[in-house]
Design a binder for this molecule. Structure first.
Ligand code: F6R
Length: 242
């Protein structure tokens, strides 16, 4: 696990975006694993600027997002499909037919997970997986206690995650309590993983994930076992690293 600390959030974001862009430049038909959440908004802003400036071409890229709320359709403003269109896909030259998220309205939850895994495999696997970390140490929505060999499936969200994300919902209680998420095993299968952690509120969980024991109670810690993971932090998020 490579750990890179940048003084400011903007510099951490810039580096993350540049590593993703470099992947696309080196392999135009690459498969990107993408994340949502507040942390990623700035990364996508930079990628949109790079695309508009002609610095990176997404026309051959295929993407797979980590997760989607169960019960939310693509037009719901709180769905991750809506987030991805709004923050990235609508503003770059990616072919939306090549962008994938779990279907939050799938009736057969078991089949949805199996099919999503099959789609990733059929695409040849993920070249680079972008990740953020939740306040409870989750990657994707792999909440504490998730098996470190888990695959895409429906998962109940913890109260910590509920508190973290319900602020985006109106009313807050309308936030779904469950989501589809790639598993920890799915994430570990990516050739390369980039985990971006910013802000003081993530400092404690960042230290546990990077320097603590590998444990299913902090699923991000499983990345310590991945041979090609880079963790990018700003100074605030890195404050509790030894
Ligand atoms: C989102 C996801 C989550 C977030 C995490 C951090 O697709 O998989 O693991 O990356 O909850 O969210 P923010 O950036 O909002 O703190």
């Amino acid at each position: 696990m490579e750990v890179i600390i940048r003084p400011t959030t903007a510099q951490a974001v810039e580096l993350t975006a540049r590593l993703l862009a470099d992947t696309v430049k080196a392999k135009p038909a690459c498969k990107l694993g993408l994340a949502t959440g507040a942390t990623m908004e700035a990364v996508y802003d930079v990628l949109v600027k790079m695309n508009k400036a002609g610095e990176v071409d997404f026309s051959q890229v295929t993407s797979f997002n980590l997760d989607e709320y169960i019960g939310l359709g693509p037009d719901d403003v709180n769905s991750y499909r809506y987030y991805m269109n709004h923050h990235l896909f609508d503003h770059i030259n990616i072919d939306k037919r090549n962008t994938h998220l779990p279907n939050g309205l799938a009736e057969d939850e078991l089949a949805e997970g199996i099919n999503y895994e099959a789609d990733i495999e059929d695409a040849g696997g993920i070249d680079v997986q972008l990740l953020g970390i939740g306040n409870d140490g989750h990657v994707g929505f792999n909440e504490p206690g998730s098996s470190l060999s888990s695959r895409t499936r429906a998962k109940s969200l913890t109260p910590v995650t509920y508190r973290q994300n319900c602020v985006y919902f109106n009313p807050p209680e309308s936030m779904p309590k469950r989501a589809f998420t790639m598993g920890v095993g799915t994430i570990l299968d990516a050739n390369r993983v980039i985990l971006l952690i910013t802000g003081a509120r993530k400092a404690e969980i960042a230290a546990r994930a990077i320097e603590g024991p590998v444990t299913s109670m902090v699923t991000a810690s499983a990345l310590q076992m991945h041979p090609n993971t880079v963790v990018i932090l700003d100074a605030d998020a890195a404050a509790q690293l030894t």
